[in-house]
Design a protein around this ligand. Structure first.
Ligand code: SF4
Length: 412
């Protein structure tokens, strides 16, 4: 028996505010909010920002010299945490873009390094000035984390990212000290493995960050099929790379079902520590649901919630929304919800769309008990631990147990 689906209202925080409010909010969350003043012109087919209508945004105009002065002075006043890397680009209240397309980006990255004592990280498909980026990394050792989004250098590149930099340019970016990690993905046989060989030949120091891309809402069907095809070839592609033994650090990080399986013992022990009872309904995304059904079947009512807001292929508790949860409620009077669902950058006890816990409880007429121990910090630590290629191959691909794990049904 279903209940009437409540209409959950987002808390609008930008209404009536000017763009400086966006800048401040992003900076308070550790971002350096440069803006191109327009959508990202690279127009990658796989971009996660193709449809970002689920959250409230307000795009600032192209960052001017005055804006930059304001940003730099605001950040200078923030305390320095030697472990923190300030991210170039806002992505919560504004749209994510490749900021190296801003004509002043290189100069302002240098300003940031010169006039603050903080670290910086940036992601780009490669629009950096080659001699300058290598020089900056030499000049400011340990303060730059440069994540190069290679994606693929093979035959799918033209289709997926027709406006990205050329392979020739990309190889020059890779050839030197600048790149900390290069990310690239499986799309088919000999895609990711070929890229690993090419990249490792040029740069043995950067981390090879691999996996496959997850379709989200707004991505075209043909691209979705290609991403799913890549997921099928991931195990063989990973084994090819593993068997070659390249000297680079190698990680497979992007797949929730893999992360959940590799961390199964920790997920189970964390569940045991929650001390919930058999009749209790506990909200979770697909892979954690499978793990708990394998190891703790019937110890609680595991309420599998698909990431409907982001698109069905996502499988992530952190990115669940209250709207997604509301769709799955039937007769529950109360539910347990992990804290990480309501720790988004939108504000206190809000999900990624800006719907608050209070709004959810009121409109859905269900009481919420928060699982405080399942917070974003726990989820992120899990993501990074056990994420090496070696772990993936030895404990996932070559583990007979994964066959029953993958075959487990998600139907509730
Ligand atoms: S460069 Fe990045 S932000 Fe721009 S379209 Fe491609 S994936 Fe999206």
């Amino acid at each position: 028996m279903g209940r009437i689906l409540p209409v959950l209202e987002q808390t609008k925080v930008l209404e009536g505010k000017d763009y400086r409010e966006v800048l401040r909010r992003e900076m308070d969350a550790g971002k350096i909010p440069l803006s191109l003043g327009k959508n990202c012109p690279v127009k990658c087919e796989f971009c996660y920002e193709i449809d970002h209508s689920y959250r409230e945004t307000l795009d600032p105009p192209k960052t001017s010299k005055e804006d930059w002065k304001y940003i730099l002075e605001y950040i200078q006043k923030k305390p320095t945490d030697p472990m923190q890397f300030w991210c170039l680009g806002g992505n919560e209240y504004m749209e994510w873009t490749d900021l190296f397309l801003h004509p002043n980006a290189m100069e302002w990255v240098e300003d940031f390094l010169k006039y603050t004592d903080k670290n910086i990280q940036f992601f780009t498909v490669g629009f950096v000035h080659v001699p300058k980026i290598h020089r900056l990394v030499d000049q400011f050792p340990g303060r730059i984390n440069f994540e190069l989004s290679v994606i693929t250098t093979g035959s799918y590149r033209q289709k997926l990212m027709p406006h990205a930099p050329s392979i020739k340019h990309l190889m020059k970016v890779l050839d030197g000290p600048a790149v900390s990690s290069a990310n690239f993905y499986s799309f088919d046989e000999n895609t990711m493995s070929q890229d690993a060989e090419t990249i490792s030949r040029i740069n043995q120091k950067c981390v090879l960050w691999m996996g496959c891309l997850t379709p989200v809402r707004g991505i075209k069907d043909a691209t979705v099929s290609l991403m799913r095809q890549g997921r099928k070839s991931l195990p063989e592609e990973a084994e090819r790379i593993y068997d070659k033994g390249y000297p680079n650090l190698k990680s497979i990080h992007t797949e929730a079902y893999v992360t959940a399986f590799l961390n199964r013992k920790r997920i189970v022990s964390q569940f045991d520590a929650l001390e919930v009872e058999k009749k209790d309904s506990v909200v979770m995304a697909g892979s954690v649901y499978k793990i708990l059904n394998m190891y703790r079947k019937n110890r609680a009512r595991f309420l599998y919630v698909p990431n409907a807001m982001l698109g069905g292929d996502s499988d992530c508790t952190v990115l669940l929304t209250f709207g997604d949860i509301a769709k799955r409620l039937t007769t529950e009077k109360y539910v347990y919800i992990p804290k990480c669902v309501m720790e988004s950058g939108r504000g206190h006890n809000m999900d990624i769309t800006g719907v608050s816990l209070e709004e959810f409880s009121k409109k859905s007429n269900v009481k919420v008990r928060i699982l405080h121990k399942i917070d974003t910090r726990f989820a992120n630590t899990r993501l990074y631990r056990n994420g090496s290629l070696e772990n993936y191959v030895e404990d996932y691909v070559r583990n007979p147990l994964t066959r029953s794990y993958e075959a487990l049904s998600l139907s509730a």
